[in-house]
Ligand binder design. Structure first.
Ligand SMILES: Nc1nc2c(ncn2[C@@H]2O[C@H](COP(=O)(O)OP(=O)(O)OP(=O)(O)O)[C@@H](O)[C@H]2O)c(=O)[nH]1
Ligand SMILES: [Mg+2]
Length: 282
């Protein structure tokens, strides 16, 4: 992209390179995304990341897609992890548990998010000493990228998030984040559903008091069918916000005494390892 450079990109020093090899894990949840998965993976500037001194790992977390998502992801160079328990949040928990990287970057598998920004975002995280970057899709949103109904629903969720958690977020529902993996030890994200996105931000920004910033990005029209269920997920997210505010205040609202984000010991998940599918216990 040229011309309309978001300000945070202009603030970056030129020719930065990482001092030691840092692994960047790019985690992408995908459910029946055969139209978007290849374009999404190909948009990752692997060479640019390597030239800057980073190692790159691409993890696609699939929940039993019935189309060719898994095969196409593998052909495009990603490692595919299969998670038996459905849900956007659950897929991310599994992906994060597998991620080798010190830094994790995320995006949907539908070509809506600008994965080409990942190298600059990673460098921005490091150079400005942040823990967590989230993104604001409203900054450069393409026409038709978000339906009027979703705009209204998201505004309600944004207002509720700001009101309940005093978190100065413009976009509580954005699915593109870049963060240090170690923050997962300081936060408690319970949701397995679409509410994972807002819960992660609330935990990182409000409860764990991470050093965070919300960066403006482009947001494009989706390819393939949406998995978000407008009413169910919209109200589900709203109730989760209220519930979280109440239950978190009752237990450990002072931000201490967190349980690391990890799968419970008795929860099994499986991964496809070359030809064989292996069940593993975390
Ligand atoms: N593995 C897995 N991925 C999921 C699941 N539900 C959604 N996803 C993926 O999570 C990402 C977000 O879902 P979307 O349907 O794009 O939701 P959204 O971005 O809020 O809605 P759109 O604006 O319509 O794209 C996509 O890459 C989906 O394929 C799930 O149950 N399992
Ligand atoms: Mg999407």
């Amino acid at each position: 992209m040229t011309g309309n450079l978001p300000n945070w990109k202009k603030r970056l020093p030129k020719n930065i390179s990482a001092k030691e090899v840092t692994i960047v894990s790019i985690v992408i949840p995908a459910l029946n995304e055969e139209d978007g998965i290849v374009g999404t993976i190909k948009a990752i500037p692997i060479k640019e990341l390597r030239d800057a001194g980073y190692e790159v790992e691409i993890l696609v977390v699939d929940n039993g897609s019935t189309d060719r998502t898994g095969d196409l992801a593998k052909q495009a160079g990603a490692q595919v992890i299969f998670e038996a328990i459905p849900g956007y949040g659950r897929a991310y928990k599994t992906g994060f548990a597998y991620a080798k990287g010190d830094i994790i970057a995320t995006a949907d598998a539908d070509m809506t998010y600008p994965l080409e920004y990942i190298p600059q975002m990673v460098q921005y995280l490091e150079k400005t000493n942040l823990d967590f970057i989230t993104t604001n899709r409203y900054a450069y949103m393409e026409d038709g990228a978000m339906s009027p109904l979703h705009k209204i629903g998201n505004s309600v969720l944004n207002i509720a998030t700001r009101f309940l958690f005093q978190a100065d977020l413009q976009d509580s529902q954005s699915g593109m984040w870049v963060f240090r993996k170690d923050i997962l030890n300081r936060i408690t994200v319970k949701s397995n559903s679409m509410a994972f996105s807002q819960e992660l931000k609330i935990e990182a920004c409000f409860y764990a008091k991470c050093r965070w910033e919300e960066l403006p990005i482009e947001y494009r029209a989706r390819v393939g069918e949406a998995k978000l269920k407008s009413w169910q997920d919209g109200f589900g997210n709203l109730f989760q916000l209220i519930n979280k505010r109440i239950s978190r205040s009752r237990t450990n609202g002072n931000g201490h005494n967190h349980h690391p984000l990890k799968l419970a010991d008795d929860e099994l998940f499986y991964t496809e390892n070359k030809a064989s599918i292996q069940w593993r216990k975390k």
